[in-house]
Design a protein around this ligand. Structure first.
Ligand code: C2E
Ligand code: MG
Ligand code: MG
Length: 907
């Protein structure tokens, strides 16, 4: 802390500061007390000195008079040395009479002890018969003895009294100095002067007096005058005391002042006692008074200090209170100011808001209105009037409910008015003389004033929005192309029917067969036209009593209430199939498709199946109809459901298939025309699923195609077949590999395949690719290019299962095909004369005309072989010759067939 701050703090602390001030104050008081005390002491001492000096001078004056008197008498007597006693007496009478003090004129002889007798003799001779000298017992050389005295009446008996005189005294007498002599055993004193003498005995003259009387005369009034007491002492001897009654016990007291005085050769002391000493009291004791004053002043100072401290504390407290109060007042002031500012700004805002409100009210494009508590219009802005009642029309007690077209809503509104019920957004259809059919959205609230209740509302014309929303809703629920219900809405309908309490319903799932072909060949516009045409036909057929939906693509669904059916369901289904088949015109030419219909019946309430499941069942049934040749309907049964479930299971298993452990290849030998020697093999895929067991390729291949697993499997099959071919004894033996059209369409397949051949060094001419007729014809356009490429590389291209599909014979010339494989179904029964044989013969003739190699599959009977051997059929395959074999078996058989040694095969 800096020194300045320290001092500031010190001065601000009244306790510390007051302590200091008080100490200084005490010091000053004490100092002044000391000064006063000194002053009074000195003054009283001075007064005493003056007083005693006065007494002294008074006494000196008296003594001086004695001296003068004595000198003058002595001078007189010196002139008349011989004086008679009577003269002496007269002299005394004349000189001493009239004095207030009783004096006697005395004559002395200064003798030595041996002159006593002489002197007695002398004075007895002069007539003093009893004159006797009384020497004192003290040893001295000289004695002063009284020889004359006048008047003698009182003091005559002192004649002859002697007093020893010291050498010093006799010396002073000789020097004509006055000398006081105290007569022994009495208070009597004489002032003596030596007298000129001629005789042998020296003489002296003196004035005798009672010293006490003298002192009484001088000091008796002292006490009365000043309250002083005086004592006069000569050595230890008390000569006089003004306290004659020993009232004050002066001997025990210390005199106020002692003044020494020469009493004609004797030292006497004048002791002066002041009244303060004699009667000490508070009022005459200055020290005490000063001490008291100091004490009182100190006490007063202390009181003042305490008072100051108290006041200071009070001051501090008051200050603090004042500060607090000031702060709180300032705060309150601020708050008040803030509140007032707020109020002011609120007021300003209110004014602005009111202005705005008014402006808004008038200029608002929305209809603003005010109703009274009965719902009667009391005010409305121009927009409201323009919208509903016309600008000029007065309200005339018009109620808002009068404008509502929907009477139910109007009733609800009246109820709300009667209860002053607050509400959310309301939407209602308004109509009046001025306008009609306006959809309004109303918001507003009841406002309770102290005296009244009103309703402030706002209406917006939402007619356009309503229309738009309705359109949106319609669009959201309908298919944009056909204007039929969409899948979502249809499912909701099914769901509603399903959850009903009762009812029989029929769900139809319709898929257009070969629609993709139309789309691909004629283009999407044609496809769209076909779909719209189909929708129209369905609407005409069942639209009055059923819900029709387009589920997507070429899939449609119909929901029927079974009770609404006029005729048996089968007839309706036939009608639908007929309607689908009916040709439609596009760009001047007629085209036709067929349809496959799946039927799912259900009874409400149908708790077990949800709408989606029911639709799926109908789809499964439709799939079954498709499987069974299309252009047909199929009613859903649990058996189809099981089949569909199995399909799903297979699909799942295929997804997680481990190809190396679960897949294997069988190789079925293909023989020459006579069925004698092996010319090749067909690689046939086998799947042993750990969960499903052995699954036929006829079952899982189509599923693998659908779930896009076929490419993966196809790679594996080719890879394994190539491994096997590498073990063939010569390059003339070929390997037929079944290929799905999806593989060929896959981007990477061709590259991969060619890469494999490059790596293994195998010759593509050793391989033949088998594509089923149906697959080839269905996807012909997209297959031409890859098939051509394969063909160019050297692969042989064969149409598998020929006769089961719908090959356009004219197309055979266009496609890069090397041969046909006649399906087993055609081979079966050819041993007998009849239709099958004629069919085979026809196929062989066609193949011949197109110069295609023919392979007959499924030869089980020797008769079949012999028939086929006689026809244009170069390659034979069937259980008659060999079933599909394991690789080792197949190679073993091949080596045997080739006439090779088995050891060669083994190596
Ligand atoms: P596919 O290509 O027509 O094959 C001939 C089918 O007929 C084979 O059935 C074969 O075992 C059977 N077969 C041959 N000779 C006779 C006979 O004398 N009597 C009877 N009853 N059957 C005979 P598999 O192996 O069950 O194959 C069925 C179909 O699965 C094949 O028909 C082929 O279309 C397809 N497939 C087989 N393996 C593959 C493959 O690796 N890839 C593709 N894409 N399809 C394959
Ligand atoms: Mg085949
Ligand atoms: Mg076949």
């Amino acid at each position: 802390m800096s020194r300045v701050k320290k001092w500031e703090k010190f001065f601000q602390s009244p306790i510390k500061f007051g302590g200091w001030i008080y100490s200084i104050y005490l010091f000053v008081i004490c100092y002044m007390a000391v000064i006063f005390h000194d002053h009074y002491t000195q003054r009283s001492h001075h007064q005493l000195e003056q007083q005693v000096a006065q007494y002294q001078s008074r006494m000196s004056e008296q003594l001086q008079r004695f001296a003068h008197l004595l000198y003058s008498i002595e001078a007189y007597l010196r002139a008349t040395p011989e004086i008679t006693p009577e003269q002496f007496y007269h002299l005394a009478q004349s000189q001493l009479a009239g004095l207030e003090l009783e004096l006697s004129l005395e004559s002395y002889a200064i003798i030595e002890r041996d002159q006593v007798a002489q002197l007695e003799q002398q004075y007895r001779e002069l007539g003093f018969f009893d004159f006797t000298v009384h020497l004192p017992n003290t040893q001295s050389i000289r004695y002063l003895t009284m020889v004359k005295t006048a008047p003698v009446s009182e003091f005559g008996h002192l004649l002859g009294s002697a007093v020893a005189i010291s050498d010093a005294l006799s010396e002073r007498l000789k020097n004509s100095e006055l000398q006081a002599v105290n007569w022994p055993m009495s208070d009597r004193w004489s002032v003596v002067i030596e007298q000129f003498h001629s005789a042998s005995i020296a003489k002296a003259l003196g004035i005798g007096f009672e010293l006490q009387h003298l002192l009484e005369g001088l000091f008796s009034q002292v006490y009365q005058d000043n309250g002083h007491q005086v004592r006069v002492l000569s050595g230890d001897k008390l000569l006089f005391t003004s306290d004659w009654q020993s009232h004050h016990q002066l001997s025990d007291k210390q005199p106020g002042i002692i003044e020494n005085m020469d009493f004609f050769g004797h030292q006497i002391e004048i002791h002066l006692y002041t009244q303060e000493q004699l009667e000490p009291s508070f009022f005459n004791n200055y020290s005490l008074i000063i001490a008291m004053v100091v004490l009182i002043a100190a006490a007063l100072g202390l009181m003042v200090l305490f008072q100051v401290r108290y006041l200071s504390r009070q001051h501090q407290t008051v200050n603090m209170l004042v500060e607090e109060r000031t702060a709180s007042l300032a705060q309150a002031n601020d708050q008040l100011k803030h509140a007032s500012d707020k109020r002011l700004s609120a007021l300003q805002q209110q004014i602005v808001a009111e202005r705005k409100y008014k402006s808004l009210f008038v200029n608002s494009s929305e209809g603003l209105f005010v109703l009274d508590k009965h719902g009667v219009l009391v005010d409305a802005n121009p927009a409201f009037k323009a919208l509903l009642i016309g600008q000029a029309s007065p309200f005339n007690g018009l109620k808002l409910s009068d404008l509502m077209l929907d009477s139910d809503f109007a009733a609800t509104w009246r109820k709300m008015v009667s209860r002053f019920e607050q509400h959310e957004e309301l939407e209602w259809l308004a109509g009046s003389n001025h306008s009609s059919g306006v959809w309004l959205r109303q918001t507003g609230s009841w406002i309770c004033h102290s005296h009244d209740t009103i309703y402030e509302g706002r209406v917006t014309d939402i007619t356009q929005i309503k229309l738009f929303n309705e359109q949106l809703k319609y669009k959201a629920q309908h298919d944009s192309l056909t204007d039929l219900l969409n899948r979502q809405t249809f499912l909701q309908l099914v769901e509603t029917c399903r959850t009903r309490n009762s009812g029989q319903f029929i769900l139809l799932y319709i898929d257009l067969d070969r629609f993709k072909l139309i789309n691909d060949t004629l283009g999407h516009l044609a496809g769209d036209k076909l779909l719209v045409e189909f929708a129209t036909r369905m609407r005409e057929l069942v639209g009055s009593y059923a819900d029709i939906a387009r589920l997507g693509g070429d899939e449609f669904a119909i929901l029927l209430d079974a009770n609404a059916l006029q005729a048996p369901l089968e007839l309706l289904l036939e009608d639908i199939l007929v309607a689908v088949r009916e040709p439609f015109s596009y760009q001047g030419s007629k085209h036709s498709v067929s349809g496959s219909v799946g039927v799912r019946r259900f009874t409400a309430p149908c708790h077990n199946y949800e709408a989606e499941k029911l639709l799926h069942d109908a789809d499964v049934a439709m799939y079954e109809a498709k499987k069974r040749g299309k252009n047909d309907f199929h009613i859903f049964t649990s058996a189809i459901a099981d089949e569909a479930a199995r399909r799903l299971l297979i699909e799942r298993e295929l997804q997680t298939l481990n190809m190396d452990t679960e897949l294997s290849l069988r190789f079925q030998p293909i023989y020459c025309q006579l069925g004698k020697s092996i010319i090749g093999f067909e690689a046939l895929l086998r799947w042993h699923s750990p969960k499903l067991g052995i699954v036929s390729p006829a079952e899982f291949i189509p599923i693998a195609e659908e779930c896009a697993q076929i490419v993966k499997l196809g790679h594996w099959v080719f890879w394994r077949a190539m491994q096997c071919v590498q073990r063939f004894p010569n390059k003339r033996i070929f390997m037929s590999v079944n290929v799905s059209p999806l593989q060929l369409q896959h981007k990477g397949f061709m590259t991969w395949l060619l890469q494999q051949f490059k790596q293994t060094g195998l010759d593509p001419t050793q391989f033949k690719i088998e594509l089923t007729e149906s697959a080839m014809m269905a996807q012909e356009n997209s297959l031409v290019a890859p098939l051509q490429k394969l063909h160019d590389v050297g692969f042989g291209i064969y149409i598998d299962d020929f006769g089961t599909g719908y090959s356009s014979l004219s197309r055979l010339n266009v496609l890069p095909v090397d041969g046909l494989k006649i399906d087993r179904a055609f081979v079966n029964g050819i041993e007998n004369v009849g239709n099958p044989r004629q069919l085979i013969e026809a196929i062989c003739a066609i193949a011949n005309s197109f110069n295609l190699t023919v392979t007959a599959e499924g030869i089980e009977q020797p008769a079949q072989l012999s028939v086929l051997s006689s026809l244009y059929c170069q390659q034979m395959q069937g259980y008659l010759m060999s079933k599909p074999l394991l690789e080792e078996e197949a190679l073993h058989l091949l080596y045997l067939d080739q006439g090779r040694k088995i050891t060669e095969f083994a190596s």
